[in-house]
Design a protein around this ligand. Structure first.
Ligand code: NAD
Length: 484
């Protein structure tokens, strides 16, 4: 059973209007450890009525919160950041227990998650407007920025803290209030964040967490005319649905959706560095990240050598319960996720793919899958078009730069892309040619709080992190001041 230094961080109630509460009808939703199947606890199975109450509380709390100075809000966010860091070990334990990632990765995510609260608190002090050259002698033109209002957030299970803080950080910093619906698989991290927000002095109603039925809660969050903005991270299918549901009330939207990242290794690449990057990008979080390398394109001349080196490196990954020392690959989130990887492997093999490593469920059972590398993959296979979201590295072969770019861009997604090369001309041409919101050159790790994170095409709208991420919670007001 989960032992926390501060047991009150394991909250099994939702947090609405500054109070811990159950579903109106008392129904609950169980939360399990994906590594063991053990039940960790439960959270309220809430629906539309509780969501309406949370929205009303956010609406009531908004005037006082927006009236605070940026410096006052920043001080509260700073305390929240400090509390998250002070309880980093407990939060990491909680995350590994409900999500499965290795503890070292969970600790990294807690620090990464806190960084959004710190960054946006600081950045809020720098929100500024402008004055424009007036075409009239007796009038002055001003542009100000204001918080958009009540915001709703819906988040996925793969980064149970960071996907929340990079939404609630800028929202609260900008002077907005927020109602969050976390993923059903990972509500405990969200509720622990709410507990720490309360301790940091975030006023009642400014940040509420509603757990339960996705469709009922999402339906209310999107239908409500009070909610002025919806920020969502998750699959493209659900993003599309939420976008349609938001149309009648014309909400501002930030959508961080699916990816299908190409990872290109050119023949002039530092192969060891490329293998290290591919390993980090592909197998981190057992391959369950939206910016994961999903399609690895390797130039003909270095194909076999890269494949050999990648297999040797992936073979060293230690699969197991993320809470155990030395484990580098935890379980997948659930049975459905394992079946998807199996389906991608079977499809590739049926069409001529060569399994170089793994390819099967791991002997540990549950959600564990072997680190897998498949060679001779081509565009007819499922892995070319569909995000695997698991520890499967498919190796495609290409000959020319033009071919690599065409293959990389042949997808409806456009979140992250990566490539390895040491030729400066090629680096510019390829970086400019890739149709994606983010490009990693000679690195497999790109995310931080300072840089804009987001996609193009069907990977979504808007940016998170960076000063652009704050703009998404602000509206522009033009004031024309006459009588001068
Ligand atoms: P998902 O879309 O199934 O779920 C995401 C969230 O949406 C969860 O909270 C879920 O409860 C909720 N949801 C599901 N159906 C809903 C409905 N009808 N109404 C309202 N809410 C609903 O995605 P997932 O499986 O949890 O996450 C994996 C996906 O998320 C992948 O496609 C991945 O690429 C994407 N992702 C994207 C980013 C990014 O920043 N672009 C980051 C992480 C994950």
């Amino acid at each position: 059973m989960l032992q926390l230094k501060d047991p009150s961080l394991l909250r099994q109630q939702a947090y609405v209007n500054g109070a811990w509460c159950d579903a109106d009808n008392g129904a609950t939703l169980a939360v399990h450890n994906p590594a063991t199947g053990e039940k960790l606890g439960s959270v309220p199975l809430m629906g539309a009525a509780e969501t309406r109450a949370a929205i009303a509380a956010a609406h009531a709390a908004w005037p006082a919160w927006r009236k605070k100075t940026a410096k006052e809000r920043a001080a509260i966010l700073r305390r929240w950041n400090d509390l998250i860091l002070a309880h980093a070990e407990d939060l990491a334990q909680l995350m590994t227990a409900e999500q499965g990632k290795p503890l070292a990765e969970a600790r990294g995510e807690v620090a990464y998650g806190a960084s959004f609260i710190e960054w946006f608190g600081e950045e809020a002090k720098r929100i500024a407007g402008e004055t424009l050259a007036s075409p009239w002698p007796d009038r002055r033109l001003l542009v100000t920025k204001e918080p958009i209002g009540v915001c709703a957030a819906i988040t996925p299970w793969n980064f149970p803290i960071a996907m929340i803080t990079r939404k609630v950080g800028p929202a609260l910093a900008a002077g907005c209030t927020m109602v969050l619906k976390p993923a059903e698989a990972t509500p405990f991290c969200a509720l622990a964040l709410a507990e720490l927000a309360e301790r940091a002095g975030v006023p009642a109603g400014v940040f509420s967490v509603v757990t339960g039925d996705p469709a009922a809660i999402g339906g209310e969050l999107t239908a409500s005319p009070i909610v002025r903005k919806l920020t969502f991270t998750g699959s493209t299918a659900v993003g599309r649905l939420l976008m349609a549901q938001s149309a009648p009330t014309i909400k501002k939207l930030s959508l961080e959706l699916g990816g299908n990242a190409p990872f290109i290794v050119f023949d002039d690449a530092d192969l060891d560095a490329a293998v290290e990057g591919a390993l980090a990008s592909k197998y981190r979080n057992a391959g369950q990240t939206c910016v994961c390398a999903n399609r690895i394109y390797v130039q003909d001349g270095v194909y076999e050598r890269f494949a050999e080196k990648l297999v040797a490196a992936a073979r060293k990954l230690k699969v197991g319960n993320g809470a155990e020392d030395g484990v580098t690959q935890g379980p997948l989130i659930n049975e459905k996720a394992v079946q998807k990887v199996e389906q991608h492997v079977a499809d590739a093999v049926a069409k001529g793919g060569r399994v170089l490593l793994g390819g099967q469920r791991h002997a540990l059972g549950h959600g564990f899958f072997e680190p897998t590398v498949i060679a001779d993959v081509d565009n007819t296979m499922l892995v070319a078009t569909d995000e695997t979201f698991g520890p499967l590295a498919p190796l495609f072969r290409f000959h020319t730069d033009e071919e690599a770019l065409a293959l990389a861009n042949a997808t409806e997604f456009g979140l992250a892309s990566y490539f390895y090369s040491r030729d400066i001309g090629r680096i510019w041409r390829v970086a400019e040619g890739l149709e994606s919101g983010m490009v990693g050159v000679n690195t497999g790790l790109i995310s931080n709080e300072i840089a804009p994170f987001g996609g193009v095409k069907q990977s979504g709208l808007g940016r998170e992190g960076s000063h652009y991420g704050l703009d998404d919670y602000l509206v522009i007001k033009y004031i024309c001041l006459g009588g001068i």
